[in-house]
Design a protein around this ligand. Structure first.
Ligand SMILES: Cc1ncc(COP(=O)(O)O)c(C=O)c1O
Length: 441
């Protein structure tokens, strides 16, 4: 069954989404109302084939345009052993930014030679564990870290492959809290200040570090293509001038930041457009500079998992303030999705159990946590809702669960992976025992 709203939202929903004959939202052949009765609310679901298809698209679109590409999923967007297994099967690498994200990969038996360790302040313990686990690559972000890593490797008599994170001072025109490649950022060695040149020289002389290339990440989400080509041209000019002659530029990593639409008005940038711009810019530039083509690395996070995920909440209290606003409170909020409160992220919503009813009431969906800013979606259209109704918040697969907390001593929701009519709990709902397991009673 279809209706106009559903059609308009289709590109924000996971593959295999439909309205069933009860008028309920159904994904992968599973009625979301039934899933909530079985697994409780709030509930997060991920549709497996959506993830697989997007992972395949990244590989295909880039590999068909450039001969040596490595796609490395940025696991900060969402980290879970089930996802790691899927991405391994799809042939992706994975990057981590913490010992915890590394632990997920270790316990999932992900090949360590396909892992890259990012982060602007990796501790000595984190670096030691990474090299002891024979991690493929470490992205160096500061002189402090470079020195620690060199010493750790010296002690073990090993040479670790590294790349350097550069900050190219290119503005990707995204939210200031998610811009990372501008001059005023905590990340990377700045090209503009001369630190990047110094870092290349020093790292290439370290006996226990093997400099393999460079990395930059401009920010996220980036809806424009121009910042990528601008940064690629700028960084290659810098490399031509400053890359040490004793090392080869084997890896050229342009980071992630590939945008996805969250609301109907958001622009949809296709993966092929990013691929076309990035591959063409790199090829053109290396040809012009007379350099060999390095391996091109991309690090999509959000664009692989956002659309596959849907958050489902149950409506509780409804507060009408005449002529001002109607608040519809739900049983989750900023503890499972802090993005609206943190940087004004917007989401599309649809009723789960009244999907076919006209969505004509303008409401604000409020979370249940004790913060005025705890709103999941402002001024969104829903049908006439009442306590007990279910609401789906779309494109909830990236940076929701991974940024979640136990604020107000709340329990994190369960997460299901759906595939072809089968649901699998990939993370069970937390319990109060979990909550108190680290406290001394
Ligand atoms: C170094 C690096 N690579 C990749 C990403 C992934 O970004 P996105 O999820 O927007 O693709 C991030 C996100 O912050 C990042 O910091």
């Amino acid at each position: 069954m279809n209706n106009k709203l559903f059609d308009e939202l289709k590109h924000l929903l996971p593959d295999f989404s439909e309205i069933n004959d009860k008028g309920h939202l159904q994904i992968s052949g599973l009625d979301l109302v039934d899933l909530v009765s079985k697994f409780g609310s709030p509930l997060y679901i991920y549709e497996e084939n959506t993830i697989r298809n997007l992972a395949k698209s990244f590989k295909e679109e880039f590999e068909s345009r450039y001969k040596n590409v490595h796609v490395s999923y940025s696991s900060k967007a969402f980290s879970n052993p089930a996802l790691v297994k899927i991405l391994n099967e799809e042939g992706l690498g994975i990057d981590v930014v913490s010992r915890g994200e590394l632990e997920v990969l270790l316990r999932s038996e992900f090949p360590m030679n396909k892992v890259n360790f990012h982060g602007n302040n990796k501790s000595e313990e984190e670096l030691a564990e990474a090299i002891d686990q024979k991690i493929g690559l470490i992205t160096i972000d500061s002189f402090h870290e470079m020195n620690i890593l060199d010493k750790l490797c010296e002690k073990r008599a090993i040479k670790q492959d590294i790349i350097l994170r550069l900050s190219p001072s290119v503005d990707p025109h995204t939210h200031e809290l998610t811009s990372t490649g501008i001059l005023d950022t905590k990340f990377g060695f700045s090209i503009e200040t001369g630190e990047a040149k110094k870092a290349l020289q020093i790292s290439s002389r370290k006996n226990n570090l093997n400099l393999k290339g460079i990395h930059f990440h401009l920010g996220s989400p980036i809806f424009e293509l121009n910042p990528y080509s601008q940064a690629i041209n700028y960084v290659f000019d810098f490399i031509k001038e400053s890359y040490p002659s004793s090392s080869d530029l084997e890896i050229f990593n342009v980071g992630g930041g590939f945008a996805v639409p969250y609301i109907i008005d958001d622009q949809k940038v296709e993966i092929e457009h990013y691929a076309e711009t990035i591959c063409k810019s790199v090829k053109k530039k290396v040809e012009k500079l007379g350099m060999p083509e390095p391996q091109l690395v991309i690090e999509p996070g959000r664009a692989i998992v956002a659309r596959s995920g849907v958050a489902i909440y149950t409506v509780g209290g409804i507060k009408e303030i005449p002529k001002i606003r109607t608040y519809v409170s739900v049983d989750g909020g900023m503890a499972d999705n802090i993005r609206p409160a943190l940087y004004g992220a917007k989401y599309s919503t649809i009723s789960v159990n009244k999907t076919l009813e006209p969505h004509i009431n303008m409401v604000t969906i409020a979370g249940k946590y004790c913060e005025t800013g705890d709103k999941l979606s402002e001024n969104t259209l829903l049908p006439q809702v009442e306590p007990g109704d279910l609401i789906a918040i779309l494109t909830s697969g990236a940076y929701n669960i991974s940024m979640s907390s136990n604020y107000n001593m709340s329990l994190r929701p369960a997460i299901l992976l759906l595939n072809n009519g089968i649901s699998k709990v990939i993370k069970r709902r937390e319990t109060y025992d979990d909550l108190l397991s680290t406290s001394n009673l």
